[in-house]
Design a binder for this molecule. Structure first.
Ligand code: ZN
Length: 320
């Protein structure tokens, strides 16, 4: 039984307008929309998944687009930044592309000897592109309008702001099996021993920063990779033993999940790698249909009529 978490499985954030969300992530960022479904806890609203060609764990950013959601605020107890990996030579390309699309971006800066370009999605969600040379084992989506050599290679990692470091760090290392990977100022980096994308999480020590408000433009939760259902049951016991309170194992159709609050206040999820997004769509058709889990199929007509129609941006060629 593996005693180490293999890295980030997915990150879920909150948006407002669903079409604007698709236009930004599938259009401007060139990620593949690998699944369009509904929020299983609120089936009148969408749940979008973006990732690499197959939506591999470590590449998946998901959104609940709630058109009427208020804007949240960044602060402690949250994943405040989601970072993607790109090739070392790609930062200039992305600066130009983001500028062309009117995206608010900061000047690139160095962190742990890597160039980092920070920018914001249309709802104010903070994102980064990190020039780390790209990740192994990822198939960047080549059906969008970003040239393959500049395409996003899944997650580089995430930044989690916490008012106190110790308890969150202990969860990551002692319980989840990540290793310390350096410190830079108030940033403490931890790394999973896996070999895919999304291996890093930085704890940002923010003792004086108030708790953020989770709403539009903020991360709802971060999910970590678990091998399979059998391992999930073992991990759940470990989380209980560490004094935290996980939910029962829930069926999320594309993975099985538990959720709990880490000591710093952020919502963590453990999600199984299988079965994945090809469960109910062929690889070539991923994201092209509204997919519902069996227990919601009976209400399809009502659900479809309550959702605004979505069109995927057509590939428009490099630089457009
Ligand atoms: Zn999740």
């Amino acid at each position: 039984m593996p005693d180490k978490i293999a890295g980030i499985h997915h990150i879920t954030a909150i948006a407002t307008d669903p079409q604007r969300n698709v236009d930004f992530y599938a259009g401007v960022l060139g990620l593949r929309l690998v699944k369009r479904t509904v929020n299983f806890d609120d089936p009148g609203t969408y749940h979008f998944y973006y990732g690499d060609r197959l939506g591999r764990p470590g590449t998946i950013l998901t959104f609940f687009p709630w058109p009427l959601a208020r804007r949240g605020s960044r602060g402690s107890g949250q994943v405040t930044t989601t970072a993607f990996s790109v090739a070392e030579s790609s930062i200039g390309y992305w600066q130009a592309r983001l500028r062309e699309h009117g995206v608010v971006a900061e000047e690139p800066g160095e962190r742990f000897d890597e160039l980092v370009l920070a920018f914001y999605d249309p709802d104010g969600l903070k994102l980064e592109l990190v020039a780390d040379g790209g990740q192994r084992g990822i198939e960047p989506w080549d059906g969008g309008s970003v040239p393959t050599e500049h395409a996003i290679h899944g997650f580089h990692g995430a930044t989690l702001a916490v008012r106190e470091i110790e308890a969150s760090a202990s969860l990551l290392t002692d319980t989840m099996g990540l290793g310390g990977a350096g410190e830079s100022g108030r940033r403490h980096r931890f790394e999973a021993a896996g070999d895919g994308a999304g291996l890093r999480v930085d704890l940002l020590h923010t003792p004086d920063e108030s708790y953020g408000r989770i709403a539009a433009g903020s991360v709802h939760h971060i999910a970590w990779r678990v091998d399979d259902e059998e391992a999930q049951a073992v991990w759940r016991e470990r989380i209980v033993d560490s004094g935290l309170q996980p939910t029962p194992i829930l069926d999320r159709q594309y993975y099985k999940s538990i959720y709990f609050r880490e000591p710093g206040g952020a919502l963590f999820e453990f999600a199984t790698d299988p079965p994945g997004f090809t469960l109910d769509e062929e690889p070539d058709e991923l994201g092209t249909h509204l997919k519902l889990p069996p227990w919601l199929e009976g209400g399809r007509e009502r659900i479809e009529s309550s959702l605004p129609p979505i069109t995927e941006p057509a590939p428009t060629g490099a630089g457009s």
